[in-house]
Design a protein around this ligand. Sequence first.
Ligand code: BG6
Length: 524
Amino acid sequence: MAGAAPTDRPEAAEWQNPLRDKRDKRLPRIAGPCSMVIFGVTGDLSRKKLMPAIYDLANRGLLPPAFGLVGFARRDYADEDFAQVVLEAVKAHARTPFRQEVWDQLSEGIRFVQGSFDDNAAFDRLADTLTTLDKERGTGGNHAFYLSIPPNMFPVVLDQLCAHGLAQTTGPDAARKPWRRVVIEKPFGHDLHSAQELNALVNGVFPEERVFRIDHYLGKETVQNILALRFANQLYEPIWNANFVDHVQITMAEDIGLGGRAGYYDGIGAARDVIQNHLLQLLALTAMEEPISFEPKQLQAEKIKVLSATKLVEPLDETTARGQYTEGWQGSEHVVGLAEEEGFDPNSKTETYAAIRLQIDTRRWAGVPFFLRTGKRLGRRVTEIAVIFKRAPHLPFDQTMTEELGQNALVIRVQPDEGITTRFGSKVPGSSMEVRDVNMDFTYGEAFTESSPEAYERLILDVLLGVPSLFPVNAEVELSWRILDPVLEHWAAEGRPEPYEAGTWGPPSADEMIARTGREWRRP
Ligand code: BG6
């Protein structure tokens, strides 16, 4: 397998390589020699997601033996102390079982650089560490820089990478130059203007093809399966349009509250936190046209096209809703309201629930409303895309026979209980003709023996392989802000969001918003 692995593949040329198509794509691809430097390595994301994902990749044999993991932070750690932190994170959060031999190999490439972001000497040490890793471990000068840090820290880190010659590589043979990539986490700005500034800043140091923006929803198996469902089958695409679809509901409901994240969340809110990125990406994959191939550029082109045609519906006080949770019960647990969450300003106008109605001005989707909603402390944790079909144009039954027949639906269950449900009418057994809704389910856990990789495993591997398909480009980010900005401005000019009780499905205004169109939210 190692023989098939790409090692020194030049940037971008990967996707133009005619030999690539001949490779057996069923074999997982292994990253070539490289290292990953994580800034913000002592943060939650790094501990719970990044370090475990790196171990899981190693455990699955997808990292090269020549791999380096470099932590950069202010803590006064030696390499061994940092390795211990990684080990604890792996043991607590990795998806795959712990194997000592995998850990032993991975830990040999673990290094730590102590310093603050404005400390020139620390970046000199980082450059030395990477050069040493190249020599000792054979990482080949290929380095990814993962900025798991607040965006206001981006400028100084990017400047330092640039000033210390870490952002670019030089060499006589451009095609075989080692690569340098940057990985950034959301928020990608807080409105269109700031996103444009951020993109200009990042692209000033790393050209767009070397920027990997993480939207971890795109790394989820079920999200990638939207493309398989739509474009590998004959069954759905013919009815995937305004002739057959009544409306689409995209829901990301969480049962958790803000917990320790109140500081980050206050001032951001549900719409910026997840609609701008995860939910609009789900919408784009659900609504886009068939790409001519799955080459990243083609995929991005289709997403950009559909996002360009996506619009809010006026007036916004009738087509949007927002709320803040108050104390309540989640199952048998009594939970506090937002005002009591530590670090949250009790007078804050930040919403923990947001719902918006969108339209897509294309022939395929003319007149089909897309409803997006998300919230914290809702009835249960569920993310799904529900495509609700129009009623049959004619029902040759007495009305009493179809009283319990709803609309056909196709529901992509993103999480938990990953799978797809089709809802349709069926005759109730018995002597009379009574038709009632039934569900037909496909569940990953039953259909496949292998458990799905974590989103971060897939995304980190793709960064190391240089495959950009699952990373939104700056045009997508900016288009998403263009869609959302008017709602944010509208809400900013209004008072406090409407309260909703924890454990319910959001504020009454959200129900009213959809009821105005003669529809109702699903209660998953
Ligand atoms: C993050 C948001 O992007 O996604 C969080 O910032 C949210 O607020 C999280 O809780 C949910 O991710 P997942 O994968 O658990 O659905």
